[in-house]
Design a binder for this molecule. Structure first.
Ligand SMILES: Cc1ncc(COP(=O)(O)O)c(C=O)c1O
Length: 316
């Protein structure tokens, strides 16, 4: 008890309270599905770093790949001096993606950054600005990702104004009285009252909402949404940051519905505990952005890419 009280006090004294730590157990070491605290107590880790550890803590194959990579080099910035793990991982993600036309993949660092980049790419490819997302959805903590997030407390309150031209449609959440029909009708109403479909660049949806309460989008709804996007030339973005990498029993959750997104955002369990995110998409859309328009200093870290290649081996 003493250790936990001291820890809670140190956290409160040194770290802003906006970084909420509801269970102050100090992680000392971890393996597989278990974490040990500083006093040697063993816990089953149901947190999994928020859907990050689908292959478990410190999987031996992942650790070996990371060790080999840090012996070689840890950073060059892919846009300055490219490296094999990024290229190889892009090739493997392109193969795995449930998209039947030619695909390309960019790597970044956080999930929010993947969402930001998917929006940039969709806007550039369509020449349109508006984005539709869903109530209860969570897309990250940067300002555009927050604009798309459909949950005020604790995420959005007090952080506005957000980037313009974002709209929320009701998620077809059967538990709270929603349905495929109601959500489709609400989108049609949005098109009549708030934004004409010819101005909509993208619709972004989590196939299963995570932060919103583990709500599964009906497969029928995802298929109808795909058809609606096709009718209006809207980019369909599946946010698979939480649902990807085997979490629903398939590599990507949209595979259950047989729906092909135009863009897929990925992160979390992709690199088995190392920071890595990305956007996979139809090559024609991904290539619309001119050289220099995408990237980032740490985007697609070689260490994280090496870890992700090992994670994919483990899945296979
Ligand atoms: C569906 C979804 N999108 C985006 C994000 C944001 O990811 P990150 O916290 O890595 O920025 C999350 C994180 O929980 C998420 O669940």
């Amino acid at each position: 008890m003493k250790t936990e009280a001291t820890l809670a006090e140190r956290i409160a004294a040194a770290i802003p309270r906006g970084v909420s730590v509801p269970i102050p157990i100090l992680a000392h070491h971890a393996s597989g599905a278990e974490v040990w605290d500083a006093d040697g107590r063993r816990y089953i880790d149901f947190g999994g770093g928020i859907a990050v550890l689908n292959v478990g803590h410190r999987h031996p194959h992942v650790m070996a790949a990371v060790q080999a990579q840090i012996e070689a080099f840890t950073h060059t910035c892919f846009g300055v001096t490219p490296y094999e793990p990024y290229i190889k991982l892009a090739e493997r993600m392109n193969q795995l993606a449930p998209i039947s036309v030619s695909r390309k993949t960019i790597f970044l660092t956080t999930g929010a950054e993947a969402v930001e980049n998917a929006v940039k790419i969709a806007r550039h490819a369509t020449g349109r600005s508006a984005i539709i997302s869903f109530t209860g959805g969570f897309h990250g903590r940067t300002l555009m990702a927050l604009a798309l997030t459909g949950k005020i407390n604790p995420y959005k309150a007090g952080f506005g104004p957000f980037p313009a031209d974002t709209f929320h449609a009701p998620f077809p959440d059967a538990y709270r009285g929603g349905s495929t029909e109601k959500s489709l009708a609400a989108i049609e109403r949005l098109f009549k009252s708030s934004v004409e479909p010819s101005r909509v660049a993208a619709i972004i949806i989590e196939p299963v909402q995570g932060e919103g309460g583990f709500n599964v989008a009906p497969f029928e709804f995802l298929r109808e949404l795909r058809a609606l996007c096709d009718r209006h030339g809207i980019v369909f973005i599946a946010d698979e940051i939480q649902t990807g990498f085997g979490r629903t029993g398939r590599m990507f959750a949209v595979e259950h519905a047989g729906v092909e997104p135009d863009l897929i955002t990925i992160a979390k369990s992709l690199a088995g505990g190392f920071p890595l995110s990305g956007v996979i998409g139809r090559a024609a859309i991904m290539d619309s952005v001119a050289p220099g328009g995408l990237g980032g200093t740490f985007a697609g870290s070689p260490v994280s890419c090496a870890a992700a290649l090992a994670v994919l081996d483990v899945f296979r």
